[in-house]
Design a protein around this ligand. Sequence first.
Ligand code: PTR
Ligand code: PTR
Length: 297
Amino acid sequence: LIEFTAQLGHAQRAGLYEQYEEIRKESPSGTFHCALAAYNQERNRYGDVLCLDQTRVRLKPRRNEKSDYINASFMDGYKHKNAYIGTQGPLEKTYAHFWRMIWEQNVLVIVMTTRTDEGGRRKCGQYWPLEEGGQEVYGPIAVVNQRVDNHAHYNQTTLELHNTENCEQRQVTHFQYLSWPDYGVPTSAVTLIHFLGALKRQQKKAVQAMGSQWRGHHAGPPILVHCSAGIGRTGTLCALDICLSQLQDVGTMNICQTVRRMRTQRAFSIQTPEQYYFCHTAILEHAQKQGMLTANH
Ligand code: PTR
Ligand code: PTR
């Protein structure tokens, strides 16, 4: 950490911007065949934001369905394989796929880091019932909004899912962060890290509540993270989570390596030099607050 602090202290912002450009130049480590198939085009929000064949989340095959494709990728966390699913903001055409994926992958926490509309443009569909008491049906999954808690920078919504095919029910918590424009960085690292803490606590609580029902890794099923394209803000949030966990565990972390690795799983993760730089300043700010650092920067 001391090394890291020294590096950030002396290097100009330009140094990290340059490092990001190097990362960005590396070509993707896999193939995009499925994402590029003509019949899957309508399932991509952006024609140039595709997901790698090697890490994509496959929908469970169904009769009369040609494609198992959804623009979503498994991403590893800190010492936790498939800790996240990074995905695009659902399109109306993909709402049912999105909810099926949530059901099939046992997702308990959904994290949304975008607003549905920004700058007069649609960034993400309204894929869940917004009002308390509201109910919508998305393919085989009915979703009921049980409760909305508004916080200063985010909304937390408790959703109940009903699988109409097997009559099972489940609870999922939806977190929406409200102060993060696309291509930009949040106004405050403190509020974003606080948000991260809140959703991690909820994941832990939900996994514990599942008890013996959850037979996978003790940290539980993937946390689903999305923004509009599912690469810029999604990548930044996951990179922060990974680095903060590592820092807490062993006292060091490597942002550059984390981002490089992440891009082999969710291609194009982290979209701007500002987002890459923000990862560094946010961690520094956090470490200072935690008293892990004493130097002034
Ligand atoms: N082709 C899109 C565009 O630039 O409009 C791709 C894109 C959109 C890429 C949003 C990243 C975006 O940001 P985020 O991943 O944070 O939603
Ligand atoms: N509209 C996006 C942009 O122009 O940034 C599309 C895009 C997405 C372009 C990813 C390039 C991308 O890859 P990389 O981040 O590796 O340059």
